[in-house]
Design a protein around this ligand. Structure first.
Ligand SMILES: O=c1ccn([C@@H]2O[C@H](COP(=O)(O)OP(=O)(O)O[C@H]3O[C@H](CO)[C@H](O)[C@H](O)[C@H]3O)[C@@H](O)[C@H]2O)c(=O)[nH]1
Length: 622
């Protein structure tokens, strides 16, 4: 009994017994540990007494009450400053949101200048070569904790095929690219002891187990298991109203509703993991962040890493020309009335209001180039490790948060569904000192950016001329990029046709794919493709091998070449067969696999020439 009295007296502040206002908690005090009492006290202090309003008598559902406190304890431990800090922050941000406060108050936007690259010119080739050299000093971080709600795919997004000609999934493609970079970088510097480029994947409860399973069941796609680290982000508590009252699960009164906190968590997770210092001690210089579904990304990585190294950028964001209203943030220079300036991503939902409020009556609109004057942030960031560690030692990885409640009506008093605080990884530069070197690199979208984010219905509604960001367009973009790269290298590539899949009109180029070890950068392509080659529009070409050279090949059909690295294959002559064709399908045809339905076609394999070279030696395919 005395311990209960102690517990009660601890809750008694200024002579008033605070728990007496919450009878259902009071009735359960005897079963609570001291830690649980402390958490309850914190919750009451932060205006959360409603959480206990429907608790059963002591002795009834006690296990669930323990689960409740376990969850509170986790939420408390996982947020810098604890749950109390989270609630206070939320209350402040919800008040600002209700008042319609402009998060960029006092700042005027303007178009920043950055490094604009043109694929294939001397400058581009020079940056690519520098980038490959630097790659051995890089670590890669993939943020893959998102549910992909807009896509609505049942599995994890990194398991989706990036294209269906070879069926290579995104994760496999990313790992193959990192391994190819590792090998090329070490070869260039003739390292006796080849380095292993570290690869971190941020997961969440929604993606962790399937991501691990995908890696394990595919032998980590050729990477050493120790080279890959998974860091799981935790979710944060949902909030029901402007007073930041925590939301309970509608089906369980002892469970707090939680939602993802956003990709910005990656910074605190990396900070707390201790990996950054390990990397620093191992001589690494760069950390490259990227997202779950961009099949073109690694075509842009070498040159942008070269830009970072050459220009000495602490922060380098990759960007592409942006169509007005496209769902990618705009890279913007913000100048404050007091003279401060920063170059930062203004998220796609904030750019239009910011422009309107600062005298641009057209808001987020295209200029005479047919694009928004603000480069589009594709959220692939290259940070210099030393300055990054210094900054995180100061901030512990905390990133500016925001709240985005969907209000029921204009009174802004209640929400359509619970909300939560969120943070974005690209907001990292917001806390940097003015001396930080923050830049960005712009490349053509055809080369650098083709994400898979939208389901077929939403993609079909995208305004004409804006990218669909669907599984259909993501796949077609890979064929287009490879075709354009080969064209630039002198191959005669037929013009594309147009086709409609899942209500989206797309260009269909020859289905050309290659493994990254065949060519990572443009000079590799030029070395391997000699004069006199041509590929017809209906063709498919799969290059699966390192030392495959083309000269005088005329392809009209499907050609698949698989070769071990020790086999040098010269490809020439004419290949003609029925080839592979796209067969349109309906995304509502549930008899078909979801991976195909979301792109609106399957590949009909009518006829092909497949050549396998599994022994070392010199070969010629004529
Ligand atoms: O809690 C989360 C939420 C998301 N993600 C990951 O973060 C990445 C980005 O998520 P979304 O694709 O949902 O991001 P958005 O499309 O909303 O926007 C982001 O990506 C765009 C480009 O693709 C723009 O750059 C934009 O400015 C940037 O915020 C994905 O890999 C996703 O898996 C997490 O890891 N955890």
């Amino acid at each position: 009994m005395s311990s209960v009295l102690e517990k009660l007296s601890e809750l008694s502040i200024g002579g008033h017994n605070w728990v007496s206002d919450v009878p259902n908690l009071q009735k359960n005090l005897r079963i609570l540990t001291q830690d649980q009492i402390d958490l309850a006290k914190m919750l009451l202090h932060e205006g959360q007494s409603h959480l206990f309003a429907n608790w059963a008598e002591q002795g009834v559902e006690d296990e669930k009450k323990t689960c409740f406190f376990n969850q509170v304890s986790r939420l408390n431990a996982n947020y810098p400053g604890g749950l109390a800090a989270y609630i206070q922050k939320a209350r402040q941000l919800l008040t600002d949101s209700k008042a319609g406060k402009n998060p960029f108050e006092g700042f005027t936007p303007s178009v920043p200048s950055g490094e604009v690259l043109t694929f294939g010119d001397d400058n581009f080739i020079m940056f690519e070569e520098v980038g490959v050299k630097e790659a051995r000093k890089a670590a890669f971080v993939l943020v893959a904790g998102g549910l992909g709600e807009r896509l609505g795919y049942n599995g994890i997004k990194v398991a989706l095929p990036s294209e269906t000609t070879t069926g290579t999934c995104f994760l496999q493609n990313y790992i193959a690219c990192i391994l190819a970079l590792q090998e090329a970088s070490c070869k260039l510097l003739e390292d006796k002891y080849p380095v292993e480029i570290p690869f971190v994947i941020m997961t969440s409860d929604d993606t962790h187990t399937p991501t691990l399973k995908l890696l394990e069941s595919n032998s980590f796609f050729g990477m050493k298991p120790g080279q890959v680290k998974l860091l799981k982000q935790e979710k944060v508590a949902c909030l029901d109203d402007n007073d930041a009252r925590i939301a309970l699960d509608p089906n369980d009164k002892y469970m707090i509703q939680t939602k993802p906190h956003g990709h910005g968590d990656v910074h605190s997770l990396l900070y707390n993991s201790g990996l950054l210092n390990i990397w620093h001690d191992a001589g690494l210089r760069w950390v490259l962040f990227f997202q779950d579904t961009n099949g073109l990304l690694f075509k842009a990585i070498p040159a942008s890493l070269g830009v970072s190294a050459t220009k000495g950028y602490h922060v380098n964001s990759l960007a592409v020309p942006r169509k007005a209203k496209e769902a990618i943030g705009g890279i913007t220079k913000l100048t404050h009335a007091d003279g401060r300036t920063m170059v930062i991503n203004v998220e796609y939902n904030q750019l239009d209001p910011l422009l309107r409020e600062t005298g641009h009556s057209d808001g987020d609109s295209n200029c005479e180039t047919g694009y928004s004057p603000f480069p589009g942030n594709i959220n692939q960031l290259i940070l210099e490790l030393g300055p990054y560690i210094k900054e995180l030692n100061r901030t512990h990885g905390a990133i500016a948060e925001f709240v985005n409640p969907k209000y029921k009506d204009s009174s802004k008093t209640s929400f359509k569904s619970s909300t939560r605080l969120e943070c974005m990884m690209q907001d990292y530069p917001k806390t940097l000192p003015p001396t930080a070197r923050v830049g960005f690199t712009v490349m053509d979208a055809w080369l650098a950016y083709a994400p898979v984010k939208n389901n077929p219905e939403d993609a079909a509604k995208v305004p004409k001329g804006n990218p669909y960001h669907s599984a259909t367009s993501g796949e077609m973009a890979i064929y287009r990029a490879n075709s354009l790269i080969l064209r630039k290298a002198g191959v005669q590539i037929a013009d594309p046709t147009t086709a409609v899949f899942n209500g989206q009109e797309v260009e269909v180029w020859p289905r050309i794919t290659w493994k990254p070890k065949w060519a990572l950068i443009f000079s590799d392509v030029k070395k391997k493709v000699k004069k006199g080659c041509s590929v017809s529009q209906r063709s498919t070409l799969v290059i699966n091998g390192e030392n495959i050279y083309f000269e005088g090949l005329s392809l009209d059909g499907t050609l698949l070449i698989n070769a071990v690295s020790e086999a040098e294959v010269q490809v020439t002559g004419s290949v003609k067969n029925k080839g592979w064709a796209f067969k349109p399908i309906d995304y509502k045809d549930y008899s078909l696999p979801e991976e195909n339905r979301i792109r609106g076609f399957v590949i009909e394999k009518l006829e092909q020439l497949e050549k396998n070279y599994s022994e070392p030696g010199q070969f010629s395919l004529q």
